[in-house]
Design a protein around this ligand. Structure first.
Ligand SMILES: [Zn+2]
Ligand SMILES: [Zn+2]
Length: 347
């Protein structure tokens, strides 16, 4: 066993404390990564909330990070020491099921091993995430970080980015597709950038009209104000694809109303029970879909696309010692558009 420093949740209060955490010695196909930047995801908030007061296993959040390879196992051929890499929210999968064979490791029948709060497939230990200075993982789930992408701003591509990229591609978004994006947080702002770069006609659906400039800056062509009944009515049945990234429970009815005949609402931001009126789907043969993370081929393709189009997240970088502030501000939606922790203060 080796060790590193990370931010681990205190079992009773849920507050993150800087502690020494274990990392495994490298297996034959492992790489060790010095974590330089890690995004702060809504899932981290949920995990910390769920962890509070319980006697659950140790929790170190963080599942979208970039860094540099510092050591490789003897069987690793894809990476060398010094290579910049990116890691997302999956660090292993069974590799044998139909989903893994199809490059959809995110849907592995045996459930993928999550970057934190997962169970290691060899020793059963609980995985500890990227709010730490070092991570050890199977090389298959590390991705070369393309040159030209800022490492801090690229970190959120690995969870927020891939979570919107895969459905956009699967739904055939391209030139001429009419896409709406609801929610302008980490996922939403990247969905707007991706859809615009794919050639789609993009609108942002938001509660307040004062985000028009921001939406335009991200590449959106239009804004639909969800609190304005006239503008919602005018946008009825208008979008082939609606990417819903709102991270809290909400009524899908008004959003389904914006979807065109045979169009799809992709519900990505909130993982929980949804209630849908069948009539909201029936009228217009509309489809409701969901998705999360992405397989290895899609993740690699997304990084290539980002390099080709110069796309990264809009980030606010904070030293990791200010993680509590980042979480607290994320909770009240006070971020444009993603916090990224700089882990160099853990050295
Ligand atoms: Zn995430
Ligand atoms: Zn599998």
């Amino acid at each position: 066993m080796r060790s590193t420093t990370g931010w681990q949740a205190d079992g009773s209060t849920g507050a993150l404390r800087r502690v020494s955490i274990p990392r495994r010695d490298l297996r034959r196909d492992d790489v060790a990564v010095r974590v330089d930047h890690c995004g702060v995801c809504h899932s981290d908030l949920h995990a910390l909330r769920a962890h509070r007061g319980g006697d659950a296993p140790a929790l170190v959040p963080g599942h979208e990070f970039t860094g540099v390879v510092t050591e490789t196992g003897p069987d690793v051929t894809r990476f060398r020491v010094g290579d910049p890499v990116a890691v997302g929210n999956i660090v292993d999968s069974c590799g044998e099921c139909a989903m893994c064979a199809a490059g959809q490791e995110n849907f592995c029948r045996d459930f993928p091993t999550l970057t934190y709060g997962g169970a290691d497939r060899h020793d059963g230990s609980t995985t500890l995430g990227g709010y730490s200075r070092e991570y050890v993982l199977r090389d298959r789930f590390a991705y070369p970080l393309p040159a030209g992408l800022d490492p801090a701003a690229a970190a959120p591509l690995m969870c927020a980015g891939i979570t919107v990229w895969e459905p956009l591609r699967a739904l055939g978004v391209g030139p001429g597709t009419r896409v709406a994006v609801s929610g302008l947080g980490g996922l939403g702002h990247l969905a707007v950038k991706f859809a615009a770069a794919l050639g789609a006609e993009v609108a942002v659906v938001t509660r307040s009209a004062d985000r028009a400039d921001e939406a335009a800056r991200l590449g959106a062509h239009d804004l639909v104000v969800s609190t304005d009944p006239d503008r919602m009515a005018a946008a009825r049945d208008r979008f082939d694809v609606l990417i819903d990234t709102i991270p809290v429970p909400h009524d899908l009815g008004p959003y389904l109303g914006l979807v065109a005949v045979d169009g799809t609402l992709s519900h990505l931001g909130h993982l929980g029970t949804v209630t849908v009126e069948a009539m909201d789907l029936l009228v217009g043969r509309k489809k409701l879909s969901s998705s999360g993370s992405g397989g290895r081929p899609a993740t690699a393709a997304m990084l290539d696309f980002c390099a080709a189009h110069g796309i990264t997240a809009d980030v606010e970088v904070l030293p990791s010692a200010r993680v509590a502030e980042a979480l607290e501000r994320l909770e009240r939606n006070d971020v444009r558009h993603r916090f990224v922790l700089d882990l160099s203060d853990l050295s």
